[in-house]
Structures are given as structure tokens and as C-alpha cells.
Ligand binder design. Sequence first.
Ligand SMILES: Nc1ncnc2c1ncn2[C@@H]1O[C@H](COP(=O)(O)OP(=O)(O)OP(=O)(O)O)[C@@H](O)[C@H]1O
Ligand SMILES: [Mg+2]
Length: 307
Amino acid sequence: MIILEARNLKKSYSEKGRTIAAVRDVSLSISAGEVLAFLGPNGAGKTTSIKMIAGLIQPDDGWVRISDRDPHRNPQALRSLGAVLEGNRNVYWRLTAEENLEYFGVLRGLDQRTARRRGRELLERFSLMDKRQTVVQSLSRGMQQKLAISVALMHQPQLLLLDEPTLGLDVEATEDVKQLVREIATEGCAILLTTHQLAIAEELSDRVAIINRGEIVAEEATEDLIQRFSGSTYVIEPERAIEPERIRKLEALGVTITEDGVVHATEPTQLYAVLEILNPLPLLRVQKDQANLTDVFLKLVRENRNV
Ligand SMILES: Nc1ncnc2c1ncn2[C@@H]1O[C@H](COP(=O)(O)OP(=O)(O)OP(=O)(O)O)[C@@H](O)[C@H]1O
Ligand SMILES: [Mg+2]
């Protein structure tokens, strides 16, 4: 079931008489339970796109549907949406954690009692119960971020927009947020996630959309995208140096052996022949040369820069 559909979004800003095309053409869709990583370099147009999706700024062109409703025309659409935007303006600094949850819960249509109960559940779940009476400005950065996500989840939205949710968090808080994203997706929420930490995107996302200079340059299942950029080379690393006799045999096969004694087989078919020659030497690793999202990202963004 498609929860978010955005088509051909465009947005220009004018600043000091100049026009900046922040978003030229962005189309995205996300289904229930799916995590879409929305990636791109600084200034590519991610936050602008998210603000259009969240109904906060009006697109110059294109349209958005959240569970079939237009957030720019139908305020009901906002009931299906939770958003944690860039920066730290998502919660009120002078209110306590619990007050924030209740305030925003009621604002999004919960009655006071439900808001209180749901707020407690989220405080419990995010391990913030002992901080419930602390004002936000006295919480740590990670706690503030977890609270901002809790606030976004108060009314059980079908779509969650997370703009750099792990920015500035330490290792443990980052792991917490990652775990939460996984759980929320498992519960059926559609999630749009932007991050500059590509390893996180790789771990969490089902699909990736890469935006560069306001345009989507790739959109694909994360695994497929990485696979498409991965070579078919195998790396075989013996534990100890290979003797000259074996090296001769390997070279006859046409594989390369680097100075550090690692064998690189460029044809997948060479792999077993190499293993046969090395048998019974103990091996440290046999690995397929696998790209990661960082390689893919850099390649796509650089390619795009050259055109
Ligand atoms: N309110 C604004 N007024 C004028 N220009 C803006 C405004 N907001 C964003 N821009 C410009 O639009 C472009 C896209 O900005 P945006 O914030 O969407 O990028 P981003 O992909 O979120 O970047 P980052 O990774 O740094 O958060 C940039 O050139 C930015 O300077
Ligand atoms: Mg941004």
C-alpha cells in the first residue's frame, strides 16, 4: 500500500534578486513498512523536498499525496504524518518532555487522556521515563532527538519524515535511533530518512533515492543499487606467504597476486581453481569485491557533476 506519493515537485527561492532552483524535479513514493533513504550532498534539495511533503512550503509545481490526501489542500492529511525536521525546533525548549508529548498529541487530535497515556508509553519505550519532568533545554542532544521522534509518533502517523535524525548523536544514541526506525517500520509506518551517514542508510533502507542539484539521479532497491556497482572480483587472502611453486601456478591461471600476498581473481570462474591451488593452506578471507553505498553515492554524484 502506497502511503506517500510525490510527483514532479519543484521549488525555487529568490534571494537578493537571484533565483535558486532548490528542487527541480523530485518524485518519490513510499509504501507502508518501507524505509526510503533520501540521500544527496549539502544543498541538493532534501530539506526543501521534505518541507513540501510535510505541507510546510508550497511547491511551485507538482503534487503530494499522503494516504491519498493532499497536505496542501486537506489538513486531514497531516494526521497521517509525523516529521522530525532538520535542527532542533521540533519541540518546545521550555516545556518538559512529558508536556511536549501531551501538547503535540492534543494538537494533532488526541484527547488529553489518550495523549497522556500515549506520551507515557513513548517515554517508556524511548527510555526517557526518568526525564519526563525535565525541561527540554536540560536534556542531552540524544535525548532531545529521541523526544522529537516520540513527539512525531504521538498520533501514530502512517508516514514519518526524518531529516538527519542521527546528526550529532553519540554511538549509543545513534544505535537507539536506528533500532527505533527499524521497529517503527516493522509496525507498518512508511519512513523517509535523510542522513549523511551512508552506512546508516545502507543498514536501514529498503530503497534509496539520490538527489543531486534538485533532481533525483537514482532510485532503486538499496541492495540492487549496491549490486549494480559491485565488481565480480574475488579477493583471496591466505594466512601465510604463498610459496613460489604455487605462485607460478596461480600466475598461469591469469590471476593477480599483490605484494601483500593477496590473490585477486577477476573472473568468478577462477575462484575455485585458485582455491584448489592454495589447498590446504589456511585462508584468512575469501571475499567478493562489494561496493558500499558510499562508493555508489560518490560515483553517481560525481558523474552528475560532470554533465
Ligand atoms: N529559505 C530559503 N531561502 C533561500 N534559499 C534557500 C532556502 N532554503 C534552502 N535554500 C537553498 O536551496 C538549496 C537546497 O537547500 P536544502 O536545504 O533543501 O538542501 P539539503 O539537501 O537539505 O542540504 P543539507 O544536506 O545541507 O541539509 C540550497 O541552495 C539552499 O541554499
Ligand atoms: Mg537539509
